[in-house]
Write a protein that binds this ligand. Structure first.
Ligand code: F6R
Length: 619
């Protein structure tokens, strides 16, 4: 599988141009190709014949394009950015490029500068004035602080001061004939033209202009002038680079070489899980820290009940969250679909915590439920993927899932990271309330750290799943069975299957079949049976026998090493063993792939299924 940009940190899109064209139009067209990396705000800085000019605005790129159409910026050197907020909500001020006090330097950045607070404090004491809440702005001020008359050597000095993951591009009013860019753990590519040069986070942004590209190595610095690109290492020593010629079709390249965003996002899950865990486990790996929840133990002790409220896939994650919180923290949890909850006058005590889960943070029903709860005076915690979304802004406390932008309508990596956030929360509550002992906590934490690698292993079974999906795709029905937590994953598997393959799919708690649904089980009908809950293993096998007795075609998904299951089903897919508790993280990837390949086999528009929208902002 082609993952040519490798691992990336939090995503934003960077574009740069220097040459004879008007930079504005090149930057906008490149950013348009990078919008999948982030789309909550955008901006450009253009060094013209006069002073450096910056235009930026909150909202999608189209908003910026409208502003620039009304008042174009003239100039042939520029940098641009499309943002996915991490530090600081989406706003005009927090949009990139960032400038320093005298507006002589402009910076765009992808990634996170970990030590920005210390740097900011120092710069404030030196009289610098900050206008945004971002980590990026410190770079502009550092450039101003250290500028020696030579942008390249100043950038070298600045990057010695900053820690973290970044791709940076910088322009200076005093040296308008160059762009300096540097890469450390965030992707950056340069493109070579004839009398013009380009810079971007990702190759697709360059393909309308050039196919001669070079992907910057870790710690590589590029200096772009109209006539060429010179590359250096962190010590400032020149490096020899050999551009390569891109032969890929532009559309495929935009999806990182994957046929669809959904597939790309499925494959991003190990990384998304790692990012969501990052910074939330204690250094010795023996517990959970959630700095975003400034709750005292006394406050936690007072929580008498939790209502989890969400829609669709997020609701399914909430069901797993209930199991985790009840087991690890012994706090009773109800999970409800937001569109019902908001109209049902739920019974809330003052100490009931409302936990809303929403990838987009904009789902109308979830937002309404949140507002109702707040109007009742209840505390609301949100788990969301979008910093600065309405849900994130209005909740009292927020846990961000670091899945990065999810473009495909069918949610995949957002679900997996919601599960991780919920596990973290459950452990955090259990640990604060001393419901679980230290040994069990460190077992849980240790096991969670193995999940990204195990997920990688699951994804290797994709070719087998593709074949099964092709066979299943000729059927008009499919049944997903599970018991305990497996049932909650079956619900999500069935939702994925129906929404993109348009095949009727139903999920059932396997023990419930005989109360009606068994009547629908006929010869060869596909049944997907999830069998990972050890305490329910025998029961699950006997339910499988019930459907096998009606000649269904049963695909079992079970732990690696379970030889017994193979005797009861037609086909088994094995997933690496983890604690039963974390089984959803292992089970969901094969189910997503099954839905994906069934949709492809049916010739459907995988990323934009009919009648559905990514974010449901109306009732
Ligand atoms: C299904 C899917 C939807 C969303 C639902 C809630 O693949 O994506 O069911 O989960 O519309 O959306 P958020 O999480 O943005 O509130």
């Amino acid at each position: 599988m082609l993952t040519w940009m490798g691992v990336w940190a939090f995503m934003c899109g960077i574009m740069g141009y220097i040459g004879d064209r008007q930079a504005q139009s090149v930057l906008l067209s490149g950013l348009n190709k990078l919008e999948y990396r982030g789309y909550d705000s955008a901006g450009v800085a253009i060094a013209g014949d006069a002073e450096l000019q910056v235009e930026k605005s909150v909202g999608r790129l189209a908003v910026l394009a409208d502003h620039l159409a009304m008042s174009p910026i003239v100039g042939k050197v520029g940098i641009g950015h499309t943002r996915w907020a991490t530090h600081g909500r989406p706003s005009d001020e927090n949009a990139h490029p960032h400038t320093a006090c005298d507006r002589e330097f402009a910076v765009v950045h992808n990634g996170i500068i970990e030590n920005y607070l210390q740097l900011k404090e120092h710069l404030l004491s030196r009289g610098h004035r900050f206008t945004s809440e971002t980590d990026t702005e410190v770079v502009a001020h550092l450039l101003e602080e250290y500028f020696t008359g030579d942008l390249f050597s100043t950038v070298l000095r600045v990057i010695k001061e900053i820690r973290g993951a970044y791709a940076l591009a910088v322009v200076a009013e005093k040296e308008p004939e160059k762009i300096v860019a540097v890469r450390k753990h965030s992707p950056l590519v340069v493109g070579f033209g004839d009398g013009e040069q380009f810079l971007a986070s990702d190759i697709p942004a360059l393909l309308d202009y050039t196919r001669e590209v070079h992907i910057l190595a870790e710690g590589e610095i590029a200096v772009l002038t109209k006539d060429g690109i010179a590359c250096y290492d962190l010590a400032g020593e020149p490096m020899t680079v050999e551009p390569f010629f891109v032969t890929w079709d532009a559309q495929a390249a935009e999806k990182g070489g994957y046929a669809h965003y959904m597939l790309k996002e499925i494959y991003e899950q190990p990384k998304a899980v790692r990012d969501t865990l990052s910074g939330r486990l204690t250094e010795e790996g023996r517990g959970v820290v959630l700095p975003e929840l400034a709750w005292t133990v006394e406050e936690i002790k007072k929580i008498d009940r939790i209502h989890i409220v969400a829609c669709g896939t997020s609701y399914h994650a909430g069901l797993v969250g209930k199991a985790a919180i009840e087991q690890l923290a012994r706090i009773p949890v109800d999970v409800e679909v937001a569109s019902e909850y908001r109209y049902r006058d739920p019974i809330l005590s003052a100490d009931t915590l409302i936990l809303v889960i929403s990838q987009s943070g904009e789902t109308a029903d979830t937002l309404a439920a949140l507002r109702n709860a707040k109007a009742c005076g209840n505390r609301v915690l949100a788990i969301t993927n979008v910093v600065g979304s309405s849900v994130a802004r209005e909740a009292d406390d927020v846990m961000i899932t670091w899945a990065g932008p999810e473009i495909s309508v069918a949610s995949t990596k957002a679900y997996t990271t919601q599960l991780i956030a919920l596990y973290l929360l459950a452990i955090y509550l259990g640990q604060s309330l001393q419901v679980i002992d230290a040994v069990f906590i460190s077992e849980l934490v240790h096991e969670m750290q193995t999940l990204p690698q195990k997920l990688d292993d699951v994804l290797e079974t994709a070719p087998q799943i593709e074949k099964i999906a092709q066979a299943f795709s000729t059927w008009d029905d499919a049944f997903f069975l599970g018991r305990g937590i497996d049932y909650f994953v079956a619900l999500e598997g069935a939702l994925k299957y129906k929404e993109i393959s348009y095949i009727h799919a139903e999920a059932y708690p396997a023990g419930e079949l005989k109360h009606g649904t068994l009547a629908l089980i006929v010869e060869q009908v596909p049944v997907i049976a999830l069998v990972t809950q050890d305490v329910l293993y025998e029961k699950s096998l006997s339910n499988i026998k019930e459907v096998k007795a009606r000649d269904a075609y049963v695909l079992g998904i079970a732990w690696a090493g379970d030889d017994e299951i193979a005797k009861s089903v037609d086909r088994v897919l094995y997933v690496p063993r983890t604690m039963s508790f974390f089984a959803p993280v292992m089970l969901i990837a094969p189910l997503q792939l099954l839905a994906y390949y069934a949709s492809v086999a049916r010739g459907n528009d995988v990323d934009k299924p009919r009648n559905l929208a990514k974010s449901v902002t109306v009732e």
